[in-house]
Design a protein around this ligand. Structure first.
Ligand code: ADP
Ligand code: MG
Ligand code: ZN
Length: 480
């Protein structure tokens, strides 16, 4: 019997769908969202007598991932058959890797909330194929009241990389940081779409709890298929709490696999160790060993881009960005690419970063737009020259996002040019004062807050083209 305080121990197994043009062992297209069961062939449907042929580009990509993580690339690795029966897996075995994976060892360095860094060990990175997808057809979407199930084999045979971490993580936040870092790394390598909401990055979390100071591992629980950083952190927090209470109550935990119920906010048992599958792994007889040419590995190493950590450090050092801003930018390869090209056009880095991580990021939530570096650089330059106001700049950005038209064209077309004409501005201020005698009275009686209301009236009347600071000055002058 051991006592607290308790320390969580966490290791993650992350599955990454590669964005190769074709599937892992056949030439079917690898894409998301096609009509069900149209991207299939005898190989990925597991017809007898069909022969799998490994996808060279998928092997190149897993080697890139291994090199980026500092793994050893095995001179010889082999595929195994992993057997189990499930309707979404037509062969009744999955081609995977077992004791001889392509990438062994390595580490992923993560940033902790307190600003320090931590190296999380990588056990292995191996190559496998994805399964199909089963949808339970019921009004509630739940399995137990489904009348039937629909199976889509488009995803069967999509190249899947599994990245297994050492049990080095010590809190839900560290696990979240690890998953975000891995997503940024894979995004920077361009090997996957890493869209957790589409399932191209998924995560199983292993967690146990032990007395602080112990160097033995506790009984681990595996939580399957977490598909967002938030779910991962919530599921771990719940599970750590559950295990700690159980241990404090003197219970003995058993190794089991659990499911995270997002709505209920808790984990439930899927299966215990006794029910664990016996996969009957054996070497895949149809695929020769993978023995990558060392010269090819060096070619791939030369293809490695700047990795997210190095890039973040550079943004802080060279461009003077705050670390949090650098992190948000670098987490999204599209955003950091846009940032660099905007700065190359002469835009001040901090301003460019703010537009990209705030206004543009909000627009991009709804889909890809047509804003390029020239739009942003021009927008910032026009703002700086006082040719447009902040409010007009937001309107121009939205329109550039939708149309891709040059910013000066949009400013002209929409009449967004800053109201530089002093007479017109004075007229707008006078009109606002005349229209709101009550507000004027309250302001004169000492209610400063009313000034904002009057500025707002002028901004509205001028379609956002008046400079709000000049308007405020003019109002004070008139009313003072
Ligand atoms: P299995 O053979 O059950 O898949 P592994 O030893 O391969 O188990 O480990 C799978 C994952 O679980 C790894 O990420 C590893 O770091 C993690 N892990 C292993 N033991 C523990 C433990 N006691 N507590 C937390 N995580 C663990
Ligand atoms: Mg495992
Ligand atoms: Zn196929």
């Amino acid at each position: 019997m051991v006592g607290g305080p308790w320390e969580p121990v966490i290791g993650l197994e992350c599955h990454v769908e590669l964005n190769t043009r074709t599937k892992m062992f056949c030439s079917c297209p690898n894409r998301f969202g096609a009509e069900p069961n149209t991207d299939t062939c005898p190989v990925c449907l597991g017809h007898p007598g069909s022969l799998p042929v490994p996808n060279r580009e998928a092997i190149a990509r897993i080697i890139l991932i291994g090199l980026a993580l500092g793994s050893t690339i095995a001179a010889r690795s082999i595929f195994h058959r992993k057997h189990y029966f499930y309707p979404d897996m037509p062969k009744n075995f999955q081609i995977s890797q077992y004791d001889l994976p392509i990438c062994v060892g390595g580490a992923l360095e993560i940033d902790l909330p307190d600003g320090s860094a931590k190296r999380v060990g990588i056990t292995r990175v191996h190559m496998e194929e994805d399964t199909g997808k089963t949808t339970h057809a019921s009004a509630s979407g739940r399995i137990h009241d489904a009348a039937h199930a629909l199976v889509d084999y488009n995803r069967a045979g999509v190249p899947l990389v599994e990245c297994v971490s050492e049990p080095d993580l010590r809190s839900p936040e560290e696990a979240g940081a690890y998953l975000r870092e891995l997503r940024a790394l894979l995004g920077a390598l361009g090997v996957s779409d890493v869209r957790m909401e589409e399932g191209s990055l998924r995560c199983d979390a292993n967690v146990s709890v032990r007395p602080v100071g112990s160097d033995e591992l506790g009984t681990k629980i595996e939580i399957k298929n977490l598909n967002s950083v938030r779910s991962l952190e919530r599921a771990l927090a719940y599970e750590i709490d559950r295990q700690t209470r159980a241990l404090e109550a003197g219970e003995v935990l058993v190794q089991e696999t659990r499911h995270w119920d997002e709505d209920a906010g808790r984990t439930t048992v899927m299966r215990s160790k006794e029910e664990a599958f016996d996969y009957r792994y054996f070497p895949e007889p149809d695929i020769p060993p993978i023995e990558p040419d060392p010269a090819w590995i060096e070619e791939l190493r030369a293809r490695l881009p700047e990795l997210p950590r190095a890039r973040r450090d550079r943004y802080v050092r060279e461009h003077g960005l705050r670390p949090e801003v650098a992190r948000v930018l670098v987490a999204d390869p599209g955003a950091s690419d846009l940032f660099e090209r905007t700065v190359a056009l002469g835009a001040p880095p901090e301003r460019a970063a703010n537009w990209i991580t705030q206004d543009l990021a909000a627009l991009r939530k709804a889909g890809e737009g047509r804003v390029g570096p020239e739009h942003l650089a021009e927008l910032i330059a026009m703002l700086d020259r006082g040719e447009i106001t902040g409010a007009s700049a937001k309107v121009a950005l939205e329109e550039a996002f939708a149309t891709g038209d040059p910013v000066p064209v949009i400013v002209e077309r929409r009449g967004l040019a800053a109201l530089a004409d002093a007479d017109a501005l004075a007229e707008a201020v006078r009109a606002a004062i005349d229209a709101h005698p009550d507000a004027v009275e309250r302001f004169r009686a000492g209610n400063e807050g009313v000034l904002g209301f009057l500025v707002g009236q002028v901004m509205r009347a001028t379609g956002g083209t008046a400079d709000p600071r000049r308007v405020a000055d003019l109002l004070r002058e008139r009313l003072g």
